[in-house]
Design a protein around this ligand. Structure first.
Ligand code: ZN
Length: 327
């Protein structure tokens, strides 16, 4: 009886004073089963959620460690980028304040040096992750650095070209005395001088170097021999005009003989002719002119390659004496 009572449920009828077997319908059984199942599932879900959110699996733990490692590496990379930025900054400073100054180039504006890469969505693909901020910031820094390095390398190309051009320019600018040891033999300098024939004060647009007939005359800079233009022609006799480029021309007048023809390329110090007294001249001498951008300038200022400072001072004194020119 007891065993059976455990298996079935009984209910005491107070009227009949007997135990009556309680009949449980299948529907109620199902209901009870579903209730228990639902409670179990809720409990399991809660446990799983807790486990999922607060406890990591060994694989997750390994991944977490790896992410921490990446973060650390990103931070180290950031520091290295910062140090590289300092090096580039130093290169930029030296470039703008030394190299570009020497070669007369304008400093590169900071707007060009620090220009950002275009496109707002350039970093969009890096957004939406836990470490987006770190990754985007590092990428931006690297982009800026690459840009700076690119501008700097372009600038060095430009400076290199200027330096090459400068050495060519230095070879072309008239910078020696056209007659050996001729600086101290200047009979008449640049400026207003008494004309030997007209006996009036006239502009003497060059210098006269007194030398015996047949003394060799040398080109004062690299250039090309050109035909004397109309405004050179008056009274120079046999003469050579050299176009040096960069706005420079030189003229050598009253020669007894010229040894270079029009179109010939000449080097500084190359023989171009001999002293004479052809044209409007009163005695053998070389009349030498330097033209800069279409205007005649004092040739004495272009003797810096040949003279010591003391000699240069002497030449300035000699050439500034107001005397009679030899034309
Ligand atoms: Zn003269």
């Amino acid at each position: 009886m007891l065993k059976r009572r455990k298996k079935h449920q009984y209910h005491f009828n107070t009227k009949s004073l007997t135990f009556e077997k309680v009949k449980v319908s299948i529907k109620e059984k199902l209901k009870k089963f579903l209730y228990i199942a639902a409670t179990g599932m809720v409990f399991a879900t809660v446990v799983l959620l807790i486990a999922y959110n607060f406890l990591s699996s060994p694989k997750e733990k390994a991944l977490e460690r790896e992410i921490d490692q990446y973060k650390l590496q990103y931070e180290i990379l950031n520091e290295r980028i910062d140090r590289l930025n300092l090096v580039v900054k130093d290169m930029e400073n030296r470039d703008d304040n030394i190299y570009r100054v020497i070669f007369e180039a304008e400093p590169i504006p900071s707007t060009v040096r620090n220009a950002a890469y275009g496109g707002a969505d350039r970093y969009a693909k890096l957004e939406g992750f836990d470490n987006s901020k770190l990754i985007t910031a590092t990428t931006k820094k690297l982009d800026a650095l690459s840009r700076k390095m690119y501008v700097q390398s372009k600038s060095y190309d430009e400076v290199l070209a200027l330096a090459k051009d400068k050495s060519k320019m230095m070879a072309c600018i008239p910078a020696i005395v056209p007659i050996k040891n001729g600086a101290l033999k200047i009979g008449s300098g640049f400026g207003y001088r008494l004309h030997p024939i007209y006996k009036t004060l006239q502009m003497h647009p060059g210098i006269d170097i007194i030398s015996p007939r047949g003394t060799p005359i040398y080109a004062t800079g690299d250039g090309v021999v050109q035909s004397p233009a109309g405004n050179y022609l008056t009274g120079y006799g046999i003469c050579v005009v050299i176009n040096h480029g960069y706005g420079y021309e030189t003229l050598y007048g009253h020669m007894s003989r010229r040894v270079v023809n029009e179109g010939a390329k000449v080097k500084r110090g190359q023989l171009i002719g001999y002293v004479g007294s052809t044209g409007m001249s009163t005695a053998p001498h070389l009349h030498y002119e330097v033209w800069k951008s279409g205007a005649r300038v004092n040739p004495v200022n272009y003797f810096y390659n040949d003279l010591s400072p003391a000699d240069y001072q002497k030449v300035l004194e000699i050439s500034s004496k107001v005397n009679q020119s030899l034309s």
